[in-house]
Design a protein around this ligand. Sequence first.
Ligand SMILES: Cc1cc2nc3c(=O)[nH]c(=O)nc-3n(C[C@H](O)[C@H](O)[C@H](O)COP(=O)(O)O)c2cc1C
Length: 244
Amino acid sequence: MDLYSPIFTRASTRKFDAKPLPADTLKDLEAYIASVKPLVPDVKLTHKIVGGSEVKGMALPKAPHFLLISGGPSAAGKEHPLRNTAAGFLYQHAELWLYANGCATRWLGGAKGKAADPNHIIGIAFGKPSEPAARKPEDFKRKPLNEIAKGADSRLEAVRLAPSGMNGQPWYFIVDAGKIHVYYKASLGGLAGKLYNLTSLDVGIALCHLDVASEHEGKPFNFAVIRSGTPAPPQGFTYVGTAE
Ligand SMILES: Cc1cc2nc3c(=O)[nH]c(=O)nc-3n(C[C@H](O)[C@H](O)[C@H](O)COP(=O)(O)O)c2cc1C
């Protein structure tokens, strides 16, 4: 399955065909999600695929399906510091898989299940788009590479195009000696910072694009949190981990 091409064409939509996807497509999606190598081994993530009548939230698009994503506490009973990042990483793979299979999506920070779930993280609406949800790479509204990265790596263009809540793009990458050190902004600041608090998930989405681009280029993707010797973060950013 080519997940690389959709990175350069995908567009979030609010316009879905109301018709549910074939049961086989949902089964294949489940099988694909189960096959993705997690970003970090010790984060427990779960999801449910539900219909629109089981979801609540402000200004939700009408979609035939919603992925509701949760993250259980770790074995130690505490929320893993990389829980949201791991969720962004895993379910952006699902997002790209859906585009590769002729569907469209929208991540929805405010979508939750009607049934209470203390471990709920986020939702994604998906289905067939009722009008094309695709664009040319030059039509993406994104920061230029020099604002989000120091040092060159051919995979960073795919990373640059990653979607994020409020299109905040709260990430920074430092390429150094074959490694890519990854940083994020814990808050978008200002009003956006009050309205949106999932920047830790956004950076996982960017890491998914780095993983997919690595596979495309035949390069390894191994993610680790290195405790010392990483380049200092730019002001306002926090170290997340290193890909090599
Ligand atoms: C984590 C996350 C949360 C989002 N939450 C919402 C939301 O609550 N409502 C909405 O309309 N769009 C939401 N979006 C969609 C973003 O606004 C959109 O991805 C961004 O503007 C980039 O556009 P693109 O996805 O078409 O490339 C969210 C996206 C992400 C990645």
